[in-house]
Design a protein around this ligand. Sequence first.
Ligand code: ADP
Ligand code: MG
Length: 643
Amino acid sequence: MMLFDIFDPKAAPRPVGIDLGTTNSLIAWVNDGHPETVTDCDNEALVPSAVSYDERGNVIVGRAALRRAPLYPRETIVSVKRFMGRGASDPETRRLGPWEFVEPKTDDEAKVVRFRVHERIVTPVEVSAEILRALKRNAEDRLQRVGGVVITVPAYFDDAQRQATRDAGRLAGLEVLRLINEPTAAALAYGLDKKQDGLFAVYDLGGGTFDVTLLVLDQGVFQVRATGGDSALGGDDMDRALAARLLEAMGVGDTGWSPEVVRLALDAARSVKHGLTDREAVEIELPKVAGGEVVVTVTRDELDALVRPIVERTGVVCRRALKDAGVTAAQLDGVILVGGSTRVPFVRRYVAELFGREPLADIDPDQVVALGAAVQADLLAGEGAKQDVLLLDVLPLSLGIETMGGVVEKVLARNTTIPAGARQVFTTYADQQTGFELHVVQGERELAADCRSLARFTLKGIPPMPAGLARLEVTFRVDADGLLQVSAKETTTGVEQAVVVKPSYGLDDAQVEQMLLDALDHGEEDLSARRLVESKVEAERVVRATAQALAVDADLLEGDERAAIDAALAAVRAAVDGSNASRVRSAMEALDHATHPWAGRRMNRAVSRAIEGRRLGEVEGAVASAQGVEAHLEAHGHHGDPQ
Ligand code: ADP
Ligand code: MG
């Protein structure tokens, strides 16, 4: 009997969840209350994240693309996730593969990596969109119509990387409901959100990346407490270790190497590794360089010994994440296994020992993320949607504003849970300033030059005012997808402007990690650089204010006050030219001392003028400049939700 699928034009669009992985991607949906993955025509749920372009302009995705990779390495793009949201000038991008990159000619072009394949130029967003399109087609075969989609991203993904993922979804013709973190999706698949409270570790060992995330569940809401990872650690390393042993058996030593032989050994290694997940020993027949064949037997014990040093590296990362979150393994309520490589029995044993408990592994670790994403999509789009499901995550790196002298004022700190908002008030540094240049940066370092530049914009049209009078209120809002919006308002005039930050350059997890390490390494150094810059900026401002005051109120000087002030001013200027922060500060104290009695007289004059009917604001300004000490930057920072 033939079975026909009858297309129902009124079929309701189904919400779906997508795990867009570095090695493999999957799509899932909720069937009658139970999440399940969609399989393709070969009955496979996993679609390798590989895209190959042939010379006739065809785009091949998945297993077929992966088969083309050894033959057409430059036309087949794998692990494109590593390039998402990343700039072309990023030196990292060159080391990641055999592909031809297009040299950027303009700043705009430098914002994204571009691959040249035959005559076409493709970006990581476009390549990812091809993978998403293939998943969508598979789902349409099964579900007829695909509705809103939830796509997962690593917890450490920054703004640029999230933005790029969302763009890829849109490009594939998908309605992206939300991006959620991979570990959060895994926890949802296990239904942990129903438990109300708890602390969970998600251990994700994939093909080429390792991530660990500590999730806090508080009244049904997830928050990422800490993340850690290694962007060059995964199943591929196991394959390489085992392939080295197989190559030896094939008689490949210092000679006999060729790309084909290595590829063969790697493929053989992977299938042996997979076989050893369910069996104690696997036999494989391999060609010998000298001719003939050799049968190699690999036991589980041998594999364990080979993977041990690789897996032990994950332990270091996990312990650091626990420390970051300020918790011990004993305080955890559960550990979740994610990623194909956690099928390796040694990995399971290691994780159990590391955390002192059996990890949750009943749900296929390959599928758990996609299943959780489907659950979330169903909740967001489904009828009677429980809209109160709010997933909270954290910022991977601090967000801030560059202030005078290139110093960063952090507005939202690293690990702040999102959605979040924060507001800070800044003031003008120079007299008659009619515009503010705002420079939004991300990173942990004290100086803007050492952080990542996210956006610049100018708030114009402020009426000229004396320095320090304008009140610039800068608001940062990070939405549930981790995307940043910055708005600035000059409160005395109401002039306002907002930008959605579409960052120019992407950061990958290794860079995030590197930036964190740098901040630790340079902490002391940065702090003293910051102190020096700040004291110089302040000193220059005071010198200018004093000079201005001398121009108006010199008649109030008595005795040899002028000479003392001039000498003190010269000392401050000399200190500013040097690089000793404490010298700047002591010269400032001396100047303050020299101007003190005169400042009192100036204040009296200002006050009596005010009584004569002048505007209070001017008086405040006059008083401030008389004192010569109003900070150039005021941080009335308050953290919390702006709504
Ligand atoms: P990613 O999240 O990076 O896309 P996956 O979670 O799909 O990656 O993991 C892919 C890795 O899992 C590969 O290295 C693959 O060899 C490994 N893997 C898949 N199945 C098994 C298995 N049965 N035994 C051991 N390793 C496996
Ligand atoms: Mg994965």
